[in-house]
Design a protein. Structure first.
Length: 186
């Protein structure tokens, strides 16, 4: 398959997973990603049968780093163009630094107003499972990675104890990752 056709396959993968969710396509037009990733789009899925939350997923981030082909996803409690900006930022950053599972990405400010989370943990999309995570092509595949909002204390815990310890702690605490003003769980 021609790489130019890949974005269509990715979109169909997402639409097949989020069946019966309304969706819209966006393009963030500020910053360096507009020139460096001209085919990058962001799909916004409204709440539906798979989740009661809003979901924002890149289509075209895989072109940022062809040795580490990924798309990025944010799960959010409310509709907000900020999520379009943030997944676009992650796609661009991936092209500069190759983001992968276990990496943290500084946002530089709160995820959303009122949030104590100022970092993203790159993680498999645990709320949705492997059916969403892996998008297969004839001779290659990519992974959809979750940008999980975390606090500075949680990032520091990950650096000290490791990503597995942090994820285990999140499981034990039944992390409500969608709560904007949630307190750090470490």
């Amino acid at each position: 398959m021609a790489e130019a056709d890949a974005n269509g396959v990715i979109l169909q993968h997402l639409l097949g997973f989020f069946v019966d969710h309304s969706w819209k396509e966006y393009r963030w037009t500020l910053g360096p990603a507009i020139e460096e990733l001209p085919r990058l789009r962001v799909i916004e899925f409204s709440p539906g049968p798979k989740t009661e939350l809003w979901v924002y997923v890149t289509v075209g981030a895989w072109e940022a780093h062809k040795k580490s082909r990924v798309e990025f996803l944010i799960v959010a409690p409310e509709k907000d163009q900020r999520h379009v900006e943030l997944v676009t930022m992650a796609a661009w950053y991936h092209g500069q630094q190759e983001l992968g599972v276990g990496h943290t990405l500084p946002i530089g400010e709160p995820w959303l107003p009122g949030s104590s989370c100022e970092f993203f943990l790159v993680s498999p999309p645990y709320p949705f499972g492997p059916d969403l995570e892996v998008c297969n092509f004839t001779d290659w595949h990519l992974h959809v990675q979750w940008l999980l909002p975390i606090t500075a204390a949680e990032r520091d815990f990950k650096v000290r104890e490791g990503v597995e310890a942090l994820e285990q702690h999140f499981d034990e605490c039944a992390l409500e990752y969608w709560i904007l003003d949630r307190k750090s769980v470490v």
